[in-house]
Design a protein around this ligand. Structure first.
Ligand code: UTP
Length: 289
């Protein structure tokens, strides 16, 4: 029986070094794209897939990520007193049902695999989604909802994948593809950050996954991989052949907001599509280019 997907893990414990000094005293995941922090995009996408249980993997200095999902009594009372209806409405998406969001500390940033292992008690034996908030996927249906569609058909593990320029394989987890219908691709192997010459393909994993709890066993060995980090890709690779494993070429455009260029692109792409901003942003861009 294929278990329903109800849970999501959102790792937010990284150091965010590429955004220093901005991230010295503020989590990268709270950086706004137009007017919503990155973490809110990930939560909205998960909700659109019917997920309502969230686990944030946080770190020291990142508590305002948890505060963000709390009720802001004083602010709301002040806004109500001033009849600021649209401002009150803007706060709505950042509230979660009591008890539906938990946070776990990853005491040391030992890698994404370690971050997921820190969520083992939340995961239990259930399937779960992983959303890395520094990736935003714009357009079409929620990316994780697209993966959930495949999961409901195949069970097992489903990864969002994307063709990347061959010279970029050393930035991603890369697939050894099996049967491929142009959209859905069987995963026969996975390699983390291979040099272009050694890469089994240019099909890369982006920050969206649906995994079964089977991955917790290989993760529990906390084996260090590329860069001395506990790599999620290595743990997933150990499961291939034992449980179904598929990649999905999702619909939508992904922005890597963990990089400066991707973050700027996301700002522009989101802003030009907004009814309240689009026209002005286009005019402004013309002026500067
Ligand atoms: P990144 O590879 O982007 O690392 O992590 P980072 O530390 O956030 O940023 P840079 O490279 O130093 O600029 C991808 C995702 O995995 C989480 C991050 O918070 C981010 O959401 N992560 C990474 C953890 O939660 N723990 C880790 O040990 C590493």
């Amino acid at each position: 029986m294929i278990k329903p997907l109800k849970k999501a893990v959102l790792p937010v414990a990284g150091l965010g070094t590429r955004f220093l000094p901005a991230t010295k005293a503020m989590p990268k995941e709270m950086l706004p794209v137009v007017d919503k922090p990155l973490i809110q995009y990930a939560i909205d996408e998960a909700r659109a897939a019917g997920i309502e249980e969230f686990c944030l993997i946080t770190a020291r200095g990142k508590d305002n990520l948890i505060d963000y999902f709390d009720v802001a009594y004083e602010l709301e009372a002040t806004l109500r007193g001033r009849n600021k209806v649209s401002a009150i409405e803007a706060l709505e998406s950042s509230s979660v049902e009591a008890g539906s969001l938990v946070a776990v500390r990853q005491q040391n940033p030992l890698g994404l695999g370690h971050a997921i292992w820190c969520a083992r008690n939340f995961i239990g034996t259930d399937p779960f989604a992983i959303l890395l908030p520094d990736d935003i996927v714009k357009g079409g249906r929620s990316c994780i909802a697209q993966l959930a569609d495949v999961y409901r058909q195949t069970g097992g593990n489903v990864l969002a994948v994307n063709e990347v320029p061959p010279e970029w394989t050393d930035r991603y987890g890369v697939l050894l593809p099996g049967e491929d219908d142009g959209k859905r691709v069987e995963v026969k192997g996975l390699v983390e950050k291979p040099a272009p010459a050694d890469a089994p393909s240019n099909l890369a994993i982006i920050g969206r996954y649906i995994l079964t709890a089977d991955v917790l066993e290989p993760l529990s060995h906390l084996k260090q991989g590329v860069g001395g980090e506990v790599q999620l890709t290595d743990a997933m690779a150990e499961l291939i052949g034992k449980v179904p494993f598929h990649g999905l070429r999702y619909e939508g455009t992904r922005f890597d907001c963990g990089s400066k260029l991707g973050f700027l692109e996301a700002q522009i792409a989101m802003a030009v599509d907004r009814e309240d901003l689009g026209q002005d942003v286009r005019a402004f861009l013309k002026k500067y280019i």
